[in-house]
Design a protein around this ligand. Sequence first.
Ligand code: SF4
Ligand code: SF4
Length: 268
Amino acid sequence: MASISVQELRRLAEEFVAAEPGRLDQEGWWRRPLLASAPVDARFDALPRIAAADHMHPRDLLPAGRSVVVFFIPFKKDLPRENRAGDRPCRNWGVAYVQTNDLINRLSQSLADLLGAHGFRCGLTPATHNFNEEKLMARWSHKHLGHLVNIGRFGTHHMLITPAGCAGRLGSLVTEAELGDHPLVETREACLLKAGKACGLCVAACPVTALTTNGFERRSCWDRLKENRAGLEYFSDLPESTHVCGKCAAMMPCSFGNPVARLESASR
Ligand code: SF4
Ligand code: SF4
């Protein structure tokens, strides 16, 4: 088998995302993606405890898996800015969700194809809706994998805050390739509140008070996402699975970067 590096995967991801506006013949919603990897080691044994009791282990997806890869595709600033107004998501937030899920699925396949060309098999999962609708917990949580692979840290809003912020979407895969440990997270916590600083803006922004400073009413959030899809006339031509809101990611201190890292570098 020929070897392959995480830098080659990063380059492919960057080129793939940069080419998407041209493919769609539109301006596109995306900034440069981030990609991190970690060996399939004991850290992933924590998944049933920190995510869901029936969360899959990376080796359930690919028995010979040696590395987990997680990538994050951040949105350009204009999109969260547009989504800030009002209590309901704007149409473009829904369109970007649909297009980004498609982009994630095709990018995952493209990464798998590159790894496959080097002789390494991969295990993939879809970008979204791989969860139990009763428990509202994913059996394959890109967020929890991203936390373990150290591409970001959980915020009070229960999204992952990466060095490029939280406004964007995650994808992940498992591969037989030994890519090594390539974390990207810069600080122990990336959420201001969790780092002991003043914030809580995401809690205040939630239209259904699903967030508290130390809790998340998953059911209230999910009901709101479904209500948006069912009730917003301008979502009627989007797929049934367009379950979006995003108010807690719109123009927050953590939307486009890690605010704790910003504070730390300003105090140096
Ligand atoms: S808005 Fe503030 S409290 Fe909420 S996740 Fe971001 S940094 Fe943390
Ligand atoms: S996505 Fe919307 S409903 Fe869900 S927690 Fe964030 S702001 Fe609240």
